[in-house]
Design a protein around this ligand. Structure first.
Ligand code: PMP
Length: 392
């Protein structure tokens, strides 16, 4: 129950639930505590450790007294390192408490009631909730597996209205792994050129986790720079999810507005974590290559195992660390009307936690994260295969 006789939620969040991904992880954890041997492939968190040189930089910063409030928009050192990485100026950068807060700041800073935000589905679950929380209206454009889960120029054109404030793009994508080629970005940019009131949020948090060439949106469509916010961070590539450092790069007026929001919510990101992020960005990057190859091997293992299961079709993801198979055949064969029922059945009867596609705006699929050790992946996949082959 969301409301009680003595408690009423604000309208803004009247339908907001805890993220379905978190709910499933929590249910899986609760069953583990009850003694079930659960394999969870549900969260988007690399199993690699944060690199040692990053941890050492944090330790050094704490000992050196970098333990006070920083400037709201971020430390000069980190904004300079980000600007350098992004080919931008430091005043075009805001550092926040994770990439998630960058997105929330941007929406809170720009949306009025009824403003629309176009998001191709499957999209990262939080996009629609953040937009709704900020008073906007998500406009969801389903992008089928046959389109590579990507937004086409025609679909974009027909989703835009005079009330559209933002297009939210995410590549490599969570949950589909899709990456837009240079040509595909150019084709979308051509549509956007005809709609100058529409801003673009390009979420590139999985930038370094790519198995095909990845193009930054700004590099392909620099003419849109004055209405483009690029979101990135250290969470995924450097295995720093708990450090909570993300950033946005965009026009100064937008960055200032986002800073005004952030100043009243957090005052700014953690000083020690910001020092750690400088070390990540400016340090040796060979580990990104090593980790990419580990993920590539896991991807291949997962995709071929999924495609060998009856009623499951899985495209090979081009980036990130998720497989997003279509499971409509398997759902029908096992008598499940929805992907959520199917995932409940896998958890309750086969001790495997996965996330239903409906959490990403595209039912009939599920998301399997391969940011887990190979042994867990193999056990989880074997459980799913035996569930589908044996039923029950
Ligand atoms: N964008 C996408 C597409 C993500 O998958 C995530 C994390 N799941 C984030 C942003 C948020 O990243 P952070 O942990 O830095 O807030």
């Amino acid at each position: 129950m969301l409301d009680t006789p003595s408690f009423r939620r604000a309208h803004r969040i009247s339908n907001l639930e805890i993220s379905e991904i978190v709910q499933i992880s929590e249910r899986a954890a609760a069953r583990k505590v009850q003694g079930y041997d659960i394999v969870s492939l549900s969260t988007g968190e690399p199993d690699f450790p944060t690199p040692d040189h990053v941890i050492e930089a944090a330790h050094g910063a704490a000992l050196a007294g970098q333990t006070r409030y920083t400037a709201t928009l971020g430390t000069a050192a980190l904004r300079a390192a980000i600007a350098d990485d992004a080919g931008a100026r430091p005043d075009e950068v805001i550092v926040s408490t994770g990439a998630k807060q960058v997105i929330a700041n941007a929406m809170l800073a720009t949306l009025d009631a009824g403003d629309q935000v176009v998001m191709p589905a499957p999209y990262w679950t939080s996009y629609s909730d953040i937009v709704t929380m900020a008073g906007g209206t998500p406009v969801i454009v389903p992008c089928a597996m046959t389109e590579g889960f990507k937004l086409t120029p025609a679909a974009l054109e027909s989703a835009l209205t005079p009330r559209t404030r933002w297009l939210m793009l995410n590549a490599p994508s969570n949950p589909s792994g899709a990456i837009y080629s240079r040509e595909e970005i150019l084709a979308l940019a051509e549509v956007l050129a005809r709609h100058p009131h529409v801003w673009v949020l390009s979420d590139e948090i999985y930038e370094h986790l790519n198995f095909v060439p990845f193009c930054r949106f700004v590099a392909v469509a620099p003419e849109l720079r004055d209405r483009l916010l690029t979101v990135n961070g250290v969470s995924k590539a450097w295995s720093m999810t708990g450090w909570r450092i993300g950033w946005g790069v965009g026009p100064v007026a937008l960055i200032k507005a986002m800073g005004a929001v952030q100043g009243q919510i957090t005052s700014g990101a953690c000083s020690i974590a910001q020092a750690a992020a400088v070390a990540a960005l400016t340090g040796d990057r060979t580990l990104l290559d090593t980790r990419r190859e580990v993920l590539r091997a896991r991807r291949d293992l997962v995709v071929s195992a999924l495609n060998a299961m009856p009623g499951v079709d899985c495209a090979s993801p081009d980036g990130a660390f998720y497989a997003f198979p279509r499971i409509t055949g398997a759902m029908a064969a096992q008598g499940h009307a929805t992907d959520a029922d199917f995932c409940d059945w896998l958890l309750d009867h086969h001790n495997l936690a996965l996330v239903p596609g409906r959490a990403f705006g595209l039912p009939g699929h599920l998301r399997l994260s391969f940011a887990y050790a190979e042994t867990d992946l193999k056990t989880g996949l074997a459980r799913m295969a035996s569930a589908l082959n044996g039923g029950n």
